[in-house]
Design a protein around this ligand. Structure first.
Ligand code: ZN
Length: 186
């Protein structure tokens, strides 16, 4: 048991080390990815992922949640969006276009976005609805999201719920006189 675990840990470490090296090469060697991979291999935690995903990104804080745009954050947001669009049957060019402005709430502490999200706007309010879900589900938030994927993105129960929590209509449009309900927005 102990032997198996240490073997797996070593394999994970080596894989992450290789991933780190290729990412580092792709980023002009400016990133301390050795540290990130070590953190990820030995102490898997939200903080290590957050550190990695905010490299090269500009960040701002809303209600204790970091919104990261640019760098790794944009790449991840676009990548996840792209796969999601393909899974819904869109063509590669359509999927690329639609994911160019995608944002994803990865947990209660981090939203990654391909492009700037307007402060206190509809999109930000929607993502903060996902943050509430992440607080509720904890580490199972993303799993819960994946497990309940039905057909289209907009009919996903978590999307409808995020819109409702943001005070938006279930399709994400704003009712007349809508105001962003989250703290700090007037
Ligand atoms: Zn959403």
């Amino acid at each position: 048991m102990h032997r198996q675990q240490s073997g797996r840990a070593r394999a994970t470490r080596e894989t992450l080390y290789q991933l780190g090296n290729s990412l580092e090469a792709a980023n002009d060697g400016t990133l301390d990815l050795m540290k990130a991979t070590a953190d990820l291999a030995f102490a898997p935690s939200g903080e290590a992922w957050k550190w990695l995903l905010t490299q090269g990104a500009s960040t701002r804080e809303v209600n204790g949640t970091t919104i990261a745009t640019g760098g790794m954050a944009s790449a991840v947001a676009r990548g996840i969006g792209f796969l999601g669009e393909l899974a819904q049957g869109r063509s590669v060019s359509d999927a690329a276009e639609r994911s160019a402005t995608n944002a994803v709430t990865l947990g209660s502490g981090l939203i990654v976005s391909a492009t700037e999200i307007e402060a206190c706007g509809r999109h930000e309010a929607h993502e903060l609805g996902h943050v509430e879900q992440a607080k509720h589900f904890g580490p199972f938030y993303l799993l819960a999201y994946l497990a309940t994927i039905t057909g289209s993105h907009d009919s996903h129960p978590a999307e409808i719920n995020a819109n409702r929590q943001a005070g938006l209509n279930s399709d994400g449009s704003a009712p007349k006189g809508w105001k962003n309900p989250w703290v700090g927005c007037k």
